[in-house]
Design a protein around this ligand. Structure first.
Ligand SMILES: CC(C)(COP(=O)(O)OP(=O)(O)OC[C@H]1O[C@@H](n2cnc3c(N)ncnc32)[C@H](O)[C@@H]1OP(=O)(O)O)[C@@H](O)C(=O)NCCC(=O)NCCS
Length: 143
């Protein structure tokens, strides 16, 4: 599926998609997404209404902020394609590494990120809530 850039004007669509992928209280609303997308260095790529990735680049470091693939579109390679496209975009813009945090219990996403070359660099305890830890992961883009 073709990936296209998404901007603040797409915030409602992205929020609807996010709500299908994260529990109430964790999903990001349109206002939050629009504010993020208005920041320098933040960008989103989306595949129609099936999925999107939101990422940020500051100088030579980049970070995946969120990744969401609609339940009906999963296990077809879209999540991996979104990560690959974001990696290519930040590498072309001079990033030397990309980082992310992912819930320690999220085996699907951890599997995807590991397959995309991300390696665990640490554990952030109680990152999401008490008892809900995050793995910090990094993918080198240079050398
Ligand atoms: C995680 C998520 C983005 C994966 O999207 P997807 O389009 O289904 O992923 P892909 O089809 O590209 O899968 C790529 C690889 O990831 C791993 N993977 C994906 N889903 C998996 C699952 N349910 N269980 C185990 N491994 C999984 C596999 O290694 C897979 O490769 P394979 O299909 O050849 O085995 C999707 O499940 C999702 O949106 N989940 C809810 C939101 C979320 O957790 N976001 C990430 C945290 S920010």
């Amino acid at each position: 599926m073709k990936l296209v850039g998404a901007g603040p004007e797409d915030a409602a669509l992205l929020a609807a998609l996010h709500a299908t992928c994260f529990p109430p209280g964790s999903a990001w609303d349109a206002e939050t997404l629009a504010a993020l997308l208005a920041l320098d260095g933040t960008f989103a790529l989306r595949a129609g209404e099936a999925g999107f990735i939101l990422a940020r680049q500051t100088l030579d470091e980049a970070e995946i902020l969120t990744l969401a693939v609609a339940p009906a579109a999963r296990r077809g390679g879209l999540g991996a394609a979104l990560v690959r496209a974001a990696l290519a975009r930040v590498a072309a813009a001079g990033a030397k590494a990309m980082f992310l945090e992912v819930a320690e219990a999220n085996a699907a996403a951890i599997g995807l990120y590991a397959a995309a070359g991300f390696a665990r660099i640490g554990l952030r305890r109680d990152y999401y809530a008490p008892g809900s830890h995050a793995l910090a992961m990094r993918r080198c883009l240079s050398g």
